[in-house]
Design a protein around this ligand. Structure first.
Ligand SMILES: [Zn+2]
Length: 239
């Protein structure tokens, strides 16, 4: 089966305004309250994110998908508050199912937005990419409590004392094993744009309890509720 057939012909959502390439950043509209999610503006509703990944419904797609290749630079150009999350920008590229994407930004949600068989993680990182056609691809990483995470600490430090192009061990925010779940969904903040390709890494990374508390002081709860799957396939690639 040709790889392209997994995705819609025109991936850019018609409701997203096309900005000139160099200005095309993924700005959050709002901020909107996580306590009033029912009032968030919506343009569609059948392919929303996040979802619960149910192992029994996942299709093994070893022949259909390709390994993820992530090449991020170990620095952040800025770290800021979008009003809905702590967001950082860096440089990087990714091959998502064999197609080149550029890293736009990464940010964090607490608690996790996606769940694995109902299991909630303390945090979830989203690495947001865009390709030349304007298609969005998000690599999501679950974060669980364990050893302190040097990369996450550098992001937290940079938020408090901003330093441009600060060395940041982004690799620490990615697990060693890149096995992933893949499905078509949406942004999880307004405008909730659909036709977003999701790549959820199965293996979590760790952060310390203290790091979680530091994040929670900034964002006590910034997760969107889970959305119905509506018969969408969820694929799995063993990396
Ligand atoms: Zn997000």
């Amino acid at each position: 089966m040709p790889k392209r057939s997994l995705y819609p012909q025109t991936s850019r959502h018609p409701y997203v305004k096309k900005a000139p390439l160099k200005e095309r950043t993924l700005q959050v509209v709002g901020p909107y309250s996580y306590h009033q999610q029912e009032s968030w503006p919506y343009v569609s509703g059948r392919q929303q994110s996040p979802i619960d990944i149910k192992e029994t419904q996942v299709q093994n797609a070893q022949q259909q998908l390709l390994p993820l290749q992530l090449a991020y630079q170990d620095l952040v150009t800025k770290v800021y508050d979008t009003g809905m999350s702590l967001q950082a920008e860096s440089y990087g590229t990714a091959l998502l199912n064999g197609r080149p994407f550029t890293l736009k930004q990464f940010h964090f949600h607490g608690q996790s937005e996606h769940t694995l068989d109902g299991q909630v993680f303390p945090l979830e990182a989203h690495f947001v990419h865009e390709n030349i056609n304007g298609t969005l691809g998000v690599v999501a990483v679950f974060m669980t409590i364990g050893q302190e995470n040097a990369g996450f600490q550098e992001v937290l430090n940079n938020y408090h004392t901003f330093q441009k192009n600060a060395a940041t061990h982004i690799q620490c925010l990615l697990p060693q094993n890149l096995s992933y779940y893949h499905y078509m969904g949406s942004l999880t903040t307004p405008p909730l744009t659909e036709n977003v390709e999701w790549y959820l890494l199965k293996e979590p990374v760790t952060i310390s309890l203290e790091q979680l508390h530091t994040f929670k002081k900034l964002y006590p709860d910034n997760h969107r509720k889970r959305q119905p799957l509506n018969q969408r396939p969820v694929l799995f690639y063993q990396g």
